[in-house]
Write a protein that binds this ligand. Sequence first.
Ligand code: NAP
Length: 299
Amino acid sequence: MLTGVQILMLGGDARQLEVIRKLTALDAIVTIVGFDGLQSPLDGALQANLDESLFDSADALLLPAVGTDDQGYIHAVFSEQPLQLTEAHIARLPKHCKVYTGMAKPYLKDLCKNYGLVLVELFDRDDVAIYNSIPTAEGALMMAIENTDITVHGSACMVLGFGRTGFTLARTLQGLGASVLVGVRRSEQYARAAEMGFKPFYINDLMQYVSNIDLLFNTIPTMIVTAQIISNLPSRAVIIDLASRPGGTDFRFAEKRGIKALLAPGLPGIVAPKTAGRIMADCLSQLILADSEERGNGI
Ligand code: NAP
């Protein structure tokens, strides 16, 4: 249980509602800012306005998927009020307070570093990334279905990158009956992809494999689907780029060639906010519980 643990949550979307539910169920004292527009009140959480004094007693500060923008503004879909995290706020946090977010921009990283606070980026963690790969693959599939006039079954799919997202996506496509080529850069990934029944190839040889592809999914966060690659794709091909902004596709050239290319960031929060929220809630509650026990507050 998190009895007596003080948690301050600033902003967010439907995912944070799952986090609030889980933490209040564990008996934490949860203060929320940026939820004043919620239609139905959340039992057990205390609504507040952004006031510096809130930071004095926080054991954990929770920020949304993208912590803040480059000026400290926090995305808060349930409020019309701008929410800005400033140095004055961070300066008032107790030294033991950890700051949790999905991923942090330099603004937040610098503030935490300057004040010696531990910053935890949940999306960096293998467990969270693997769980998140499930709604990501489903979202990618949804986009593929919406943007093609053929079935995924029987189609020629290519997945670039065989990490946490690529692995799940390749398996999902295979499960639907697609023929799946997987672009890797390491021999052990090549071997694993072959063992799983995919058609592996080395990314350096990408050009040789693109001429008959219906759907190309990219998970590699660097420019990989270049103009040269795009010019060798069949005109029917659709590119769905899942890599973090700006993606790994030359979108300008794809448009010029008339090839549909879509950047698809943040799919878990779009296609399955409840599941994505539960993934965050489970991980956060375990981490905050472990912190609390370390401080000798375990109950
Ligand atoms: P990951 O586990 O690190 O996988 C990335 C894959 O790309 C690995 O196979 C890696 O190879 C490969 N790779 C990286 N740089 C490469 C390069 N220069 N050349 C060839 N291969 C390269 O990451 P992930 O969790 O799957 O996430 C992949 C991307 O998707 C990230 O940008 C992430 O932010 C994004 N993402 C998007 C969504 C969404 O909703 N669109 C959801 C989750 C994640 P090695 O294993 O050899 O390093």
